[in-house]
Ligand binder design. Structure first.
Ligand SMILES: [Zn+2]
Length: 163
């Protein structure tokens, strides 16, 4: 897929990430693409949904499977703003997703090489190609801004009220 096109899909994933931020969730967003068309979107919402599995990728995979009426997603590509975790990577393998494209790396929970490399495990993964670092600066910057704003708000809350 041409680079400009994958940037376009990553921009749509970033729009989804903004929805998460607007709800106070860590801003991660995803879209699922089939034949060059976005068929599903998702954003991170575990807190609001009381659901530890409600990562952007899982939300988008569920919506894509629903849209296609198929629990497997061959020929589909998932674009996500942050390197997927172990849970999401596992779900993508079960879906037989053709390709995952991510933006920023996640040194704490990344399962595409940062902490572990699940997709590199030949015995686990026969289907899913991985590509990282697409619009990584923009994707990483959004997360940095979010955490900086959250720290500032926490610091302001701790500051004693002045007369
Ligand atoms: Zn995840």
């Amino acid at each position: 897929m041409p680079e400009a096109m994958s940037d376009d899909f990553m921009r749509l994933a970033l729009e989804q990430a903004q929805h998460a931020w607007d709800l106070g969730e860590v801003p991660v967003g995803a879209v699922v693409v089939k034949d060059g068309v976005v068929i599903a979107r998702g954003y991170n919402q575990p807190i609001g949904k009381h659901d530890p599995t409600a990562h952007a990728e899982i939300v988008a995979l569920r919506a894509a499977a629903e849209a296609l009426g198929n629990y497997r997603l061959p020929g589909c590509e998932l674009y996500v703003t942050l390197e997927p975790c172990v849970m999401c990577s596992g779900a993508m393998m079960h879906a037989r997703l053709a390709k995952v494209v991510y933006g920023a790396t996640d040194p704490k929970t990344g399962a595409c090489g940062s902490v572990v490399d699940l997709f590199g495990q030949e015995r686990l993964n026969h289907h899913t190609e991985v590509s990282g670092g697409v619009m990584a600066d923009a994707c990483g910057a959004m997360l940095k801004r979010f955490f900086a704003a959250r720290r500032a708000a926490a610091a302001a809350a701790r500051r004693p009220a002045v007369e």
